[in-house]
Design a protein around this ligand. Structure first.
Ligand code: GLN
Length: 537
């Protein structure tokens, strides 16, 4: 059985320094050196998962094949590594406490006082090692959410300290990501915040092996020497991480800084040649040298926070590079759209994507947008709620079913063309109860989607409670909206399209979760291509 090695990534000084991207970039380099790697995120909040969080709080909720609702960093991990993650890759404080408390109720700690140390820390250590124990991975990289000094992350840091000690130096190491601010008035980079952050980490018993320093300016030797001396880190283990033009440049930047070699050397793992980044770099070349530019409208109700649609934005980057076109996104708040202003708000767009979502805020604006895109033959892509709204728009304006709606927005609608799924009707809990994860979908012969996927059966990821009401299928079909993808076991409609339109597709599932740098999603690739053709026509 292979012995898995562990890398822990913590962050200091400030949040949002990009621990997830550093972890994913290191993992990419190690993977392309022939090691099997996975990345795990530990989130110090008390929710069991981010599924019940408002996207304004934490950005998008990312869904894995096994139906886990997870932190958006898992999306980065999959997009970089092209390897699926699972529930085991995202653990929250809520989940840790829940399992410890369940064990306590079962009597597993009978006679003992249940405490943060050792019971909570043991559970954290167990969750970290679950991935290693599968012997599937040579290296597990675990990212600890939050910033050193947060009260919430203390048990995690303690668990990391214990594991570093138990596993030994060659089997586990710690990377600390910090910020080196630049004081423009003094013209100087400042190391003091990093010194303090490392000091705080050391007070918890963790001595970082590697420092990755986010900085707007290059770190000279003097600064590196100072950081090494005051932070107890070897000078060759001080890695500078300059601002990048795109997150997909970071693996190459880390390669230049030899982050991967430092890690492998410390863990006494062999280094054989260079990582194979040929395909990755081919993507970057295309991404940076587009032959055309198009603008696509993204209609949603959380557009102020672009992270709420992270996977969609990244899918456009992958599909854009594939088509050698730069995809600019025009962020349009569905609340601001009215019957009157839709033409001007959509002016100049080559395609429209109506985003996933919940609840009725901004719904009529979405429906009006879809009508405009359908009537004016502008390429249209509806995802989840976006697909449901396309069915409603068509029912109202083509079938003439006035007030057709989803029972999510109006439970008394005379035409419930979108309805709560049968199995959802008895569910009262909100957390983790939607139809989640990967489900099969059979594509219809002679459909556009079958032509795009070049496959008969696909598997895509879901996160919804409502579905197309099959009582209306025949009417929709006769008027020109066809269900071209269905779950082969339940007949649930997964895809609708309008054949008499250059590109009008809605999916009940979320294709954006499966798009990666090296495998851009076929629907996004095709949509971008259609939008490009529309713009050139
Ligand atoms: N609110 C809709 C449902 O639950 C759509 C969900 C979504 O867009 N993810 O079915």
């Amino acid at each position: 059985m292979k012995k898995t090695k562990y890398v822990f990534v913590t962050g200091g000084v400030a949040s949002s320094l990009g621990k997830g991207i550093i972890a994913a970039s290191l993992a990419k380099l190690l993977q392309k050196r022939g090691y099997s790697v996975t990345i795990q995120k530990l989130d110090p909040y008390i929710n069991i998962d981010p599924g019940t969080l408002n996207p304004y709080e934490h950005g998008e909720c990312y869904v894995t094949n096994d139906g886990a609702e997870t932190d958006l960093d898992l999306g980065h991990y999959e997009r970089f590594l092209d390897v699926p993650t699972s529930q085991a890759n995202n653990v929250t404080t809520g989940r840790i406490y829940q399992s410890v408390i369940n064990k306590e109720r079962k009597g597993e700690f009978l006679g003992k006082t249940v405490q943060i140390i050792p019971h909570i820390t043991d559970e954290i250590k167990h969750r970290i090692q679950i991935l290693g124990n599968t012997s599937e991975f040579d290296i597990v990289i675990t990212e600890i959410g939050g910033t050193i000094g947060d009260i919430e992350s203390l048990p995690y840091v303690e668990a990391v300290r214990q594991l570093l000690w138990e596993l030994g130096h060659e089997n586990a190491l710690s990377i600390h990501l910090t910020l080196i601010p630049y004081l423009a008035a003094a013209g100087e980079l400042k190391t003091k915040p990093t010194q303090h952050s490392v000091k705080m980490l050391m007070q918890s018993g963790v001595n970082p092996d590697i420092l990755v320093c986010r900085t707007e300016h290059k770190l000279n030797d003097g600064i590196k020497r100072k950081l090494a001396l005051f932070c107890n880190v070897q000078q060759d283990s001080i890695i500078e991480s300059l601002d990048a033009e795109t997150i997909y440049d970071v693996p190459n930047m880390m390669l230049e800084q030899k982050l991967d070699e430092v890690v492998l050397n410390k863990m006494k793992l062999p280094i054989d040649g260079e990582p194979q980044l040929k395909e990755w770099n081919a993507f970057l070349t295309k991404h940076k040298n587009p032959k055309n530019t198009i603008e696509i409208g993204l209609i949603g109700k959380y557009v102020e926070l672009h992270d709420a649609y992270k996977s969609i934005v990244e899918s456009f980057i992958h599909a854009g590079a594939h088509n050698e076109v730069k995809v600019k996104i025009r962020w349009i708040h569905s609340n601001e759209l009215t019957l009157e202003n839709v033409p001007s708000k959509l002016e100049g767009l080559s395609g429209v994507l109506v985003a996933p979502g919940f609840g009725d805020r901004g719904i009529e604006g979405k429906i009006e947008t879809i009508r405009y895109a359908r009537e004016n033959k502008i390429p249209f892509f509806g995802i989840c709620l976006g697909m449901q709204m396309a069915v409603i728009e068509f029912s109202r304006n083509v079938l003439g079913l006035k007030d057709a709606f989803s029972t999510e927005m109006n439970s008394d609608t005379p035409y419930p063309v979108i309805n709560l799924m049968e199995e959802q009707k008895s569910i009262v809990d909100m957390g983790g109860t939607m139809r989640l994860g990967a489900w099969k979908c059979q594509l219809a012969d002679n459909s556009k989607v079958k032509e795009i996927y070049k496959q008969e059966i696909i598997e895509e990821r879901h996160r919804h409670r409502y579905e197309l009401n099959n009582d209306y299928l025949e009417q929709l079909k006769n008027a020109g909206m066809i269900a071209t993808g269905k779950n082969p076991d339940t007949n649930l409609v997964e895809i609708i399209e309008i054949p008499d339109h250059p590109w009008f597709i809605g999916t009940q599932y979320h294709p954006e979760y499966k798009s990666t740098v090296l495998n851009p999603h076929p629907l996004f690739v095709s949509f971008v291509k259609a939008a490009l053709e529309y713009s050139l026509a």
